[in-house]
Design a protein around this ligand. Sequence first.
Ligand code: ZN
Length: 198
Amino acid sequence: MKPTLTILIEGYAHPNEDGSYTASPTTSLLRFNGKNYIIDPGCNEKLLLEKMAEYSLKVEDITAIFLTHYHLDHVLNIRLFPSTPIYDGNMQWDQDKEIFYTDYWLIPEFKLLATPGHAGEQFSLLIDTENLGLACIVQDVFWWEDGKQTSNTVEELLASKDPFMSDHAALLESRKKVLESGAKWIIPGHGKLFKNPL
Ligand SMILES: [Zn+2]
């Protein structure tokens, strides 16, 4: 068996009339060999706990959490998991000790791709899944406000606007890397998973 990928929460983002902004990212659940992994727990506590309950998962059932980058909307819900190991794309923290790794996250099936540009430090996961085939969880390498997703062609995807990007050239390279990764499905940070047009 290969890992199974479930979109627990489809990421959303939209401005409000009062000038505030509402957003929480896609939260993915990877299940493999009886273990449960969460990618970007987001910032909507109630929705995350509801969705986990739909899969009969309690906080203590989560083996580990992966953070793709450090924007708070992707990160805040780690406070729900005080005892769960937290990782980013190249490091685990054990109290004040940094444990580095490369190439894959925890197991060879969870392959890492460095995909900076939206944020300075950002990683994607490329995973051959049981249910979707080769899938790439890229989070904010691609993201859209609600109703604005345009992911039909390579040109549209490369040109997709990102008002929060930190480095346009790096983002463009990361987008090309993801599209050329062989992934059949791409999971964006805010928006619906989409088929890779390449
Ligand atoms: Zn972000």
